[in-house]
Design a binder for this molecule. Sequence first.
Ligand code: GAP
Length: 470
Amino acid sequence: MAKKVQDALKDIISLCKRRGFIFPGSEIYDGLANTWDYGPYGVELKRNIKNLWWKKFVTSRKDVVGLDSSILLNPNVWVASGHVGNFSDPLVDCLDCHERFRADHLLEDKLGEGCCAGKNFDEIHDMMVENKIECPTCGKINWTKPRAFNLMFRTEIGVIEGEGSKVYLRPETAQGIFVDFRNIVDNVRPRIPFGVGQIGKSFRNEITPGNFIFRTREFEQMELEFFCEPGTELDWYNFWRKYCFDWLVNDLSVNKEKLRLREHAKEELSHYSNGTTDVEYEFPFGWGELWGIASRTNFDLTQHQNQSKVKQEYIDPVQNKRYIPYVVEPSLGVERLLLVLLCDAYEVQKLENDERTVLHFDPKVAPVKVAVLPLVKKGQVKAKAEELYEKLLGRWNVEYDETQSIGKRYRRQDELGTPFCVTVDFDTVGEGESDPAKLGFVTVRERDSMKQELVKIDELEAYLAAKLGC
Ligand code: GAP
């Protein structure tokens, strides 16, 4: 990873570790490169993302059902899908420092996205030579010819080592949906157009993982396969492009200025696709793919019909027509979206005599919704704060914090992206020289404006619900 990139991401990575969002994997054993564990706040963030996606793309839609298919599938699935034959990247070695890279990424860094579209390995090699592509590690120009490196992880099924049958860890969740298409149509009987959504782990033996959680070898995908009548697919493709983009901006509050739709040029399209768009985000290391939305024709179902000999036709009961449905696929990585939300929310704010780091998460996304803070950790103040905490805990993910000064506790919650802090003080409980007008009131502090408001305890839950919107 280039130094500039490390600098730009460094603070976010450090915040993630310091505040329990994301830890480097297997750290006590010196780690395992490019693996990450999601700590107490990271796991909440991930869960919120998945729940919000599931609601928007599956349960709130009359035309979508859900699925949870296996990670291990019959190897013929991957023969049919083309992954055994074609799911490879052009690998090059630097003959001086022996580092390995993806030739297409090196070229794209210099010539722009899509520059390798439709090129064979010889042509990619020529492009590396013509454009004098230097090794990012040692700066030399001394490359091997590109060779195909299949990205699928292989393992074995069976109890006797060496005698088991070879299987692959799925590199995408999508094929599980195609393989169950027949089951869903025959048993659940949805009418076309309909979609099947799935969330689950995928695995790719990436040549150059990196940029924190942007590209990893183990990740989760949220994929929708939307089946439609041939001839209607481009209308649905446009529908889903807008639906996805609007969800990011309107529901998750992602900054529109940092998002763009990049439509693939004709030469860049896979042979089976008649339209593909990437939703891209401007990460600290530049524009990168967040979400792929592809019109995949009837390629996958046709391939599975040919390979399995099981018919993948749909019989339209109204029009009395038979056809293999076309499919539009919005495919999104959970961790990619998580990284977008982190980068988008992250701000180091200069205050009058101070500075603060804050994550401006949309309340729906925020891992902790409310923090309850007693001004002191004793007497009636503590008892009232604990009582409030217990009450709110049933409804949202709420934190109770009585350590350190109130200012430090606010800063900690700012770094977690907690939208509201509720402070219980002497006035709330009428202890000591308190203001009788404030008896039964708590102070609610809003994260972004840092404005404080007195709210009656009896009205607190309704007040927070209205402000949080969840
Ligand atoms: N079924 C289509 C498919 O898998 P893809 O463009 O290879 O298409 C879809 O992947 C999405 O999955 C990407 O846009 C990205 O969000 C996520 N993704 C892919 N590879 C990833 C990796 N190595 N690490 C993290 N996320 C990844």
